[in-house]
Ligand binder design. Structure first.
Ligand SMILES: [Zn+2]
Length: 385
């Protein structure tokens, strides 16, 4: 009996040792998997004096959302593409915004693909982040439910202490608004609110009411015009002292309505990002001519730069020789994640030594992608890599 008890005791000691060994193997395996095999989205350090992040929005719809980090200042320009993008935007911002506060929010115009992230009751970015200053558009003809929700969410944020100015008051330095916001102690980094003629004149399209801004880093300029269209761009050149920019966010997602010659020759962009899903049939079934980024945008920018970047493309473009999607039913296009990466999240970094571009997927120029080769014509100024 004593011997049996002894054997039982010995067995349980062996099983404890075996359990410990097994546990160690599991821990080691987990470590090896996490270190060498687990694919995580690359984190691009917000280094540099100022960086501009074109954020992927979790679906294949066109929408603007640019996060700008300038020292301690966290700035958001727009929050498209629809309310389902809020989680993706929040997750991205949380990697960089350490104090849950956005010092500035700029909302360019009342379309869904720009305001949606600010227009969710009890869950908008205004609910998720404290905001210092909100700058938005003086004019709109929108009567949408989404716009009313945006107004209510904005009011709630103002009641919590945010300052709210429209871009015209900023331009005129009245009612508390400022034309220039200093973003660094040495005055080297600034946000400038530009004058858009349609801040105080009627436009035939909501897009022309867009707030237009320019960041300065020393002599370098970075311009953002929302969805401003040709007429607005021409006035922008007439009424502002524009000159060469390092970065131009492609107006209206690279649509043919924007990036007119007069504007391009004034700003001569060095880098351009079209915040859209290449080839998505959201606004046109004509993949060759109608979808973003359009041939007309490409031709307009080509004399100045070949550094054009686009975050994603729809998977249909991988089908050689197929011009139109086989299934454009709403079901297919409502599915989250129905896209493939081109550049992924695109970050333009400006530091003392220069301006560089880092991307979460790869930094292939648009002209060298399979999508471009299938669906666009190489302008004379561009050469294949
Ligand atoms: Zn838009």
């Amino acid at each position: 009996m004593a011997r049996r008890r002894y054997r039982r005791k010995k067995l349980s000691l062996t099983s404890i040792i075996l359990s410990i060994i097994l546990l160690l193997i599991i821990i080691a395996g987990y470590y090896v998997y996490n270190t060498y095999f687990k694919e995580e989205e690359p984190f691009i350090e917000a280094k540099g004096d100022i960086s501009f992040h074109f954020v992927m929005l979790g679906n294949e719809y066109a929408g603007d959302c640019v996060y700008v980090k300038a020292g301690e200042n966290d700035i958001l320009i727009d929050a498209g593409s629809n309310t389902s993008s809020i989680d993706d935007i929040e997750n991205y911002l949380n990697k960089y915004v350490t104090d849950d506060k956005l010092e500035y929010v700029i909302v360019t115009h009342a379309h869904e693909d720009h305001i949606a992230g600010f227009a969710e009751e009890n869950g908008s970015l205004f609910d998720l982040f404290e905001v210092g200053v909100i700058i938005d558009f003086p004019k709109t003809e929108s009567t949408s439910k989404l716009y009313s929700t945006y107004q209510a969410e904005r009011s709630a944020e103002v009641s919590l202490g945010a300052k709210h100015y429209n871009a015209l008051d900023c331009y005129n330095n009245i009612n508390g608004g400022q034309r220039i916001f200093n973003l660094s102690d040495d005055g080297n980094i600034k946000l400038e609110i530009l004058y858009n003629y349609f801040y105080d004149h009627d436009a035939s399209t909501e897009n022309n009411y867009s707030v237009c801004v320019q960041f300065h880093h020393g002599p370098r300029k970075f311009i953002f015009t929302g969805d401003l269209e040709e007429k607005g761009e021409e006035y922008l050149v007439d009424y502002n002292d524009l000159s060469k920019v390092e970065l131009y966010k492609a107006g209206h997602h690279g649509s043919s309505t924007s990036s007119c010659e007069k504007f391009m020759s004034a700003i001569k962009p060095n880098i351009s990002v079209a915040q859209c899903c290449a080839g998505s049939v959201e606004y046109s079934d004509d993949i060759k001519k109608g979808t973003f980024p359009t041939q007309s945008y490409i031709d307009a920018i080509a004399p100045y730069t070949e550094k054009v970047y686009v975050p994603i493309t729809i998977d249909i473009v991988q089908v050689e020789g197929q011009d139109t999607p086989s299934d454009t039913s709403d079901d297919k296009y409502d599915n989250k994640g129905n896209y493939q990466l081109l550049n992924g999240n695109i970050v333009v970094i400006s530091e003392e030594s220069g301006v560089m571009v880092e991307c979460s997927n790869n930094a292939t120029l648009l002209k060298d992608t399979a999508w471009f080769k299938n669906y666009r014509t190489l302008p004379n100024d561009w050469k294949v890599a």
